[in-house]
Design a protein around this ligand. Structure first.
Ligand code: R5P
Length: 283
């Protein structure tokens, strides 16, 4: 059975359709002291695939509870799909005394599962923090699907050097266009981002900026604004994980974005394409 976490209900339903497996209907309760209780009353043994984006602490605890609930009900095997892994960006101790939070989360998740399926982790090395076997699904190519078919001289752009590979994956899936990237610097005290555009000519060209995640929207909105200043055509913001926290949508709109396109690893209004097909392939 596919067992959804509370933040991954639409994706789990799509995954059940895609695989032909049954969809469990967990219950998500909360005790008076705030503790969560996620249960799976209809689980009747067999293999469980727990699908849970851990976009907050409660969602992470719910995932651990779902893993435990299906084991308690006699699951013969447990696979855990992490469409979005919270804390993945804290993948090293940036200052003395800080935790490697991604490692702590990975170890906790590993205790309740036989294997893990991880969708576009922030860095590939995050997979090594798990004690259970991990398979990585690269979801960026799916972002080509919702883009208009008639982009003008399309340029697929990483807002920083590390995102150029993702931009290339979308370009390859789209079947046309060039890739490029900007240089990015972030002030970790203020969170402010500055981008330095490349020399590529963008005037009149449609640009698709591709990143793994849009969180506060600072990175993406700075890149959109830089392109608008250079008279680019339509500018699309494409990301696998559309966290879109705080005022990210407003920042992007104010910068002049044409459309924000994300997958359903985080379920948002901008989720224009599902990662169910590539996840189903791995399952
Ligand atoms: C950073 O390396 C990531 O790939 C994203 O660019 C970053 O996490 C986006 O964060 P924000 O939307 O807060 O600028």
């Amino acid at each position: 059975m596919i067992v959804p976490g509370s933040a991954s209900q639409a994706l789990s339903a799509a995954l059940a359709d895609e695989t032909g497996h049954r969809l469990a209907v967990p219950e998500f309760d909360r005790f008076p002291d705030g503790e969560t209780c996620a249960s799976v009353p209809g689980f009747d043994g067999g293999e469980a695939v727990v699908v849970a984006a851990t976009e907050g602490n409660d969602a992470l605890v719910e995932l651990l509870q779902l893993q435990d609930a299906v084991r308690e009900a006699g699951a013969s095997a447990v696979t855990t799909v992490l469409p979005y892994m919270g804390y993945a960006r804290q993948d090293r101790a940036f200052e003395p005394g800080e935790p490697v939070s991604a490692r702590a989360v990975a170890r906790a998740v590993s205790t309740g599962t036989d294997r893990v399926v991880l969708v576009t982790p922030h860095e590939p090395d995050v997979a090594e923090f798990f004690d259970a076997p991990v398979e990585v699904v690269e979801a960026a190519p799916a972002l080509a699907e919702p883009l208009p078919a008639d982009l003008t001289e399309p340029l697929f752009l990483g807002p920083d050097a590390s995102a150029e590979g993702l931009a290339g994956a979308v370009r390859d899936a789209y079947g046309d266009g060039e890739t490029d990237f900007f240089e990015k610097e972030r002030d970790y005290d203020t969170g402010d981002v500055t981008v330095t555009p490349s020399d590529a000519s963008v005037a009149g060209r449609d640009v698709v900026i591709v990143d793994d995640i849009v969180a506060t929207g600072s990175t993406m909105s700075e890149a959109v604004a830089a392109l608008r200043e250079r008279d680019a055509g339509d500018v699309y913001a494409a990301c696998v994980h559309g966290m879109l926290a705080r005022n990210a949508r407003t920042k992007l709109a104010a910068a002049g974005v044409e459309r924000v396109v994300a997958t359903d690893t985080l379920e948002r209004a901008e989720s224009a394409v599902s990662v169910a097909p590539p996840v189903a392939d791995v399952l």
